[in-house]
Design a binder for this molecule. Structure first.
Ligand SMILES: *Cc1c(COP(=O)(O)O)cnc(C)c1O
Length: 218
């Protein structure tokens, strides 16, 4: 696949779901990818990117942003509290707010700065012990704590379904939790399942290998 093919498929999936094509935004996940592949997608005009590690993003994006200042960057991987400042310096959105300690420290730092990135609460829809995210049963209370006492402007929810399960029920669960909490944005769907996610209401899809090619972790 390629950037334009993924964009075409997003548009088609949105239309099929009876939604405007621009209601789904593409987060191009550039983690681990060689710089020349990322530069090619930047040269093609794409401006919204996702990285899952603060350190890796810090080594790559400041220089790229000098040439492409209108880039928007989402953090889509776990955030350690000792990296909050660095993350706020780098990212326009943090998709992985998932626990009270992180939310409290984020709120302190955001208040000190007087500006907040776009924030998503990550939900561990598959209740996987090794995976980050708030458990579905705790989601409403955690979202309420973030928005109420902590004053965090939560825009939506994010999930990563278990790799060995049909993703659609997880997307549907995320949409249901968002709806009952009055949250508009849903970050869900990756290379293998973004069309299914769009049919279930995704407003952001996070697509890496289908745009850039397979990641080489060697
Ligand atoms: C790597 C990653 C993606 C993209 O995965 P692909 O299968 O390459 O599209 C999406 N979301 C998160 C959280 C990721 O870590």
């Amino acid at each position: 696949m390629s950037l334009s093919e993924v964009q075409d498929r997003i548009r088609a999936a949105a239309e099929k779901a009876g939604r405007p094509a621009d209601s789904v935004r593409l987060v191009a996940v550039s983690k681990v990818q060689p710089l020349d592949r990322v530069e090619a997608v930047l040269a093609a005009g794409h401006r919204l990117y996702g990285e899952n590690r603060v350190q890796e993003a810090a080594g790559k994006w400041p220089a790229l942003r000098e040439r492409f200042p209108d880039v928007t960057l989402h953090l889509i991987g776990p955030l350690q509290t000792n990296k909050i400042r660095q993350a706020l310096d780098l990212f326009d959105a943090i998709e992985t707010v998932d626990r009270p300690k992180l939310a409290r420290k984020l709120a302190d730092e955001i208040q000190a700065r007087g500006a907040s990135p776009t924030l998503f609460v990550q939900i561990n829809t598959g209740e996987e012990p090794q995976k980050a995210g708030t458990l579905p049963a705790e989601a409403d209370a955690f979202i309420a704590e973030c928005r109420g006492p902590l004053g965090l402007p939560i825009a939506g929810l994010m999930c990563i379904p278990p790799i060995d399960e049909e993703p659609a029920p997880h997307f549907a669960l995320l949409a249901k939790i968002a709806e009952r909490n009055g949250l508009a944005e849903l970050s869900m769907g990756m290379s293998g399942d973004f069309e299914s996610a769009i049919s279930l209401g995704a407003t952001y899809v996070r697509v890496g290998s289908a745009i850039f090619g397979e990641r080489d972790y060697g």
